[in-house]
Ligand binder design. Sequence first.
Ligand SMILES: C[S@@+](CC[C@H](N)C(=O)[O-])C[C@H]1O[C@@H](n2cnc3c(N)ncnc32)[C@H](O)[C@@H]1O
Length: 353
Amino acid sequence: MRLLLKCNPGLEDVTVTEAEEEYQSRIREVDVRKGRGRVILEVDSTSLRPVFRMRSVHSAALLSVEEPVGYSLDALKRIDNIARSSGVHRFIPFGAAFAVRSERIGEGHEYTSMDVARVVGKAVQEAYKEEYGVIPEVRLESPSISIMAEVDGEVFRLGVYVIGERSGHRRGYRVYDHPAALKSTLAYGLLRLAEARDSSVILDPMCGGGTVAIEAALLFEDAQIICLDKNPRHIEGAVRNAAAARVVDRIEFLVGDARRLEEIIGNEVVDFVASNPPYGIRMGDPSSVRRLYSKFILSLYNVMRPGGRAAIVTTESRHAVNVARRAGFNVAHIRKVRHGDLWVSLIVFEKPG
Ligand SMILES: C[S@@+](CC[C@H](N)C(=O)[O-])C[C@H]1O[C@@H](n2cnc3c(N)ncnc32)[C@H](O)[C@@H]1O
């Protein structure tokens, strides 16, 4: 079986590691589309249960076809032929309605994603009619089955979503919507890159609606998890989210200032940190955000145990790295990841052991 896993661009390696943990020796081939948020897996299995367990995946499709079609308008004719002969119409149960969800990745195409959806939809309906004698209904709202069609550069991919309609990063626990909430898949990625482990102390010192803390609680049974924010309204929201995720008893919620963590938590008690502090561009005043980072990172150094690791996402990478080095951290790792419509830096600091 071939699977297309869509994940956070920049965190494809996290998805590969998770897939290897889930499918183990049943993986035959892995193709990573770096920076595109795509991992294609060939597995010796027909079980989808491992995919449903994966926490780094936004959506997943059974992949039927992957073929180059090019950038010019002629590609639509090729897409039409591919869709007719692909057999994806056989996934539509008798009497059920379907939708085509299409995406176009990259520049330079002479056609749009809407063109792709239209061509695939018509081809699927006609293939269905030819085989079964009736035309299946197209329904864009809540269809029984969603067909995945995408053009990535010159390559066309066609399949059927197994996780898609309700995107995997919307776990269903977000009853309080923090205005700058992290995707739960990115929160999971931060925890993985911080190398957070069970039976340790994990802190998000600017936790907002609690996404990182909740993901940590869903991942680990025995960790001590601390969710801190200066804004009581966000902490109330984080408590509601954690209750919706059924992990409220597993997290300690604190209202406090991340610039004075040692006064709240104590010195050298935290093993792992994962967080997304405010971004300068969103706060409006770059100098105030830099002052916040300076104090916060120094304070973080004090509360972390030697050997501990902290992963943060930020737009202030140069300043954060300078301050972290001055504080005594080693910078273990920097990469770009996509957060909404921004490419931001994900930095991992290590306190020397
Ligand atoms: C980008 S948001 C975090 C969003 C969170 N990861 C989520 O998924 O909901 C940054 C948070 O930092 C908090 N914050 C800003 N300055 C702070 C400080 N000095 N101490 C503690 N929290 C602070 C804000 O209240 C805000 O909730």
